[in-house]
Structures are given as structure tokens and as C-alpha cells.
Write a protein that binds this ligand. Structure first.
Ligand SMILES: [Zn+2]
Ligand SMILES: [Zn+2]
Length: 286
């Protein structure tokens, strides 16, 4: 971590992409970012990461002018989460990039090899290491990661989610926020996110028609490898999280349903639940 890292009193998370699977409703596929000191932290690299091309000249111009390093945290390798790595050289020119992704032992092979298989000729004009010059790839496992030292450091906890179609990982950044996507709701997630100010949790479908009361089993709000809106709401409620953002929206739904799901969770569970929308900033007081 660079010396310019400052201890901040607030962080702003920018939703660059709030959709799952397919861009839609004016939103891109999943990608969130925040700046800390002179570094950018990016969560997943869906098509939303393409917004950096314009934002680095406008909204992010001040931060980008002093940017020293980029950290990218991948939850898993489905295309809606990592397609944007293809464009990285243009989005963050000359910026050293570290990618953190599940590899050994979760996938049985190093993350670098998995990414190398995904981005190689003839599918990409350059093999992975040339596509993102100077990239380093770090295997994440549940032992977590610490970036920086001292009071400005970020302690990143990692949780494995084994029930998605392929394994995914959730990330928790200090007590600031947790990012949980592409997983059904889990009891273990409640323990993982307890004590954070803000939870970003996937809600791939509206599960209000399955909701009975606040004692519902989480199982009630599982849809295959994904979470229903009340599954995310119950995780937040039981973990005592102050604010919940529903993320990774289903493109086969409608904008009205997406917005209403958050309203229904708020009214039924009495928690502050919002539907994440691209470029609607998420402010967290530290
Ligand atoms: Zn996804
Ligand atoms: Zn997925």
C-alpha cells in the first residue's frame, strides 16, 4: 500500500454495474468500486467496469490523476463477472493491477491458470499476461487478505459459497461493508457479515410471494444457485446490518419488480433495504 494512504472517515462505493448475467434497464453487469488513498478497489469486473473509460475523465478525474494501484476482487469466473478484464489495459492504462480470485485450493488450480485459459488466443488478441501487462494474480482462500499496514490498512475476510453453480467467494472489507453475490442465502453468511455497516447481497428474484414472517427459513428464499429478495433481507436482519443493497438483478425481471422487491423487504422486515442502481453512490461513514 502506498504511503499516500490516508485514514478516511467515509468511503463511497460506486455501483458501475448492478445487473446479473445480461446488461439491461440502463445498467451493466456486476462491478462496484471504491477509492482508498491513491488506490482503487474493484469488486468483480463485469461490463460495468467499462464505465471507467468515461468516468476517469469526469467523476473520477481527481482520484485517477493520482492513482497508484488497482486491486480487483473476483467472486468467480462466470462471464458476467469477469468479461471486463478484457478491456483493462485501456481502462487503467499504466496502472499496476492485482487480481484476487479463488484458485487453489477452491478450484483445484491456480487463479492465474484459470484466467489464462479464459483470455488467450484466438479468443483474445493477446494471451492473459500480455493482455494486462504487469498483472499479478493472487489466489484467495478463506484465510483472507490484508492490504496495507497500520490504521489505514484494509482487512479483507473471505467466505466460500459452495452452493452456486460453481464455487464463489464473498468479501468483507473491515467493518465497512460485505459483498455477497452468486450464492443462495446461507446461515454462515449471517455470521460473516455481522458487524458491517452495509451489506451488498445478491437478490436474483423477488421472493415476496414466498414470505411468511421474519422467522422464515432461509431455504424458503432459495432459487437454485441464487437468493430471493427476502433471503437477502433475512440475512441482513439477522446479522443486524444497518443498510442492505440488493445487487445482481435478474435481467429477465422488470425494473418495477426490482425496485419493489427492496421496498417490500423494507416494509415487511423494518430494515433499510435499497435496490442498487448504476452510479447511485453508496456512502458509508466509518
Ligand atoms: Zn452472476
Ligand atoms: Zn455466477
Amino acid at each position: 500500500m502506498s504511503e499516500n494512504l490516508k485514514i478516511t472517515s467515509k468511503i463511497t462505493i460506486y455501483p458501475l454495474g448492478s445487473m446479473g448475467w445480461i446488461p439491461g434497464f440502463g445498467m451493466e453487469t456486476i462491478c462496484y468500486c471504491f477509492f482508498h488513498g491513491d488506490e482503487i478497489f474493484i469488486l468483480d469486473a463485469g461490463t460495468g467496469i467499462s464505465r471507467l473509460l468515461e468516468l476517469r475523465e469526469s467523476l473520477f478525474s481527481r482520484q485517477m490523476s493520482k492513482l497508484k494501484r488497482a486491486h480487483i476482487f473476483l467472486s468467480h469466473y462466470h462471464f458476467d463477472h469477469c468479461l471486463g478484464l478484457f478491456w483493462l489495459r485501456a481502462l487503467l492504462p499504466g496502472i499496476p493491477v492485482t487480481i484476487y480470485a479463488p484458485g487453489q485450493p477452491i478450484y483445484g488450480e491456480p487463479a492465474h491458470e484459470i484466467l489464462g485459459d479464459l483470455f488467450k488466443r484466438p479468443y483474445s488478441p493477446k494471451d492473459f499476461d500480455e493482455l494486462i501487462p504487469g498483472v499479478s494474480v493472487i489466489n484467495v482462500d478463506t484465510s483472507g487478505i490484508t492490504i496495507g499496514t497500520g490504521e489505514g490498512s484494509i482487512d479483507i475476510k473471505v467466505k466460500l459459497n459452495p452452493e452456486h453453480s460453481d464455487p464463489t467467494v464473498s468479501y468483507r472489507f473491515n467493518d465497512w461493508f460485505a459483498y455477497v453475490t452468486d450464492t443462495p442465502p446461507e446461515e454462515e453468511t449471517i455470521r460473516f457479515v455481522r458487524g458491517v455497516n452495509v451489506l451488498l447481497h445478491e437478490a436474483y428474484f423477488d421472493s415476496s410471494d414466498l414470505f411468511t414472517d421474519a422467522d422464515d427459513d432461509l431455504e424458503t428464499h432459495v432459487g437454485g444457485p441464487h437468493t430471493g429478495s427476502f433471503g437477502a433481507g433475512l440475512v441482513a436482519l439477522r446479522a443486524g446490518v444497518e443498510r442492505l443493497y440488493l445487487i445482481h438483478h435478474n435481467p429477465e425481471s422488470t425494473l418495477e419488480i426490482i425496485e419493489n422487491s427492496a421496498r417490500l423487504v423494507t416494509s415487511e422486515l423494518g430494515i433499510d433495504c435499497r435496490s442498487s442502481k448504476d452510479l447511485e453512490e453508496i456512502e458509508i461513514d466509518l
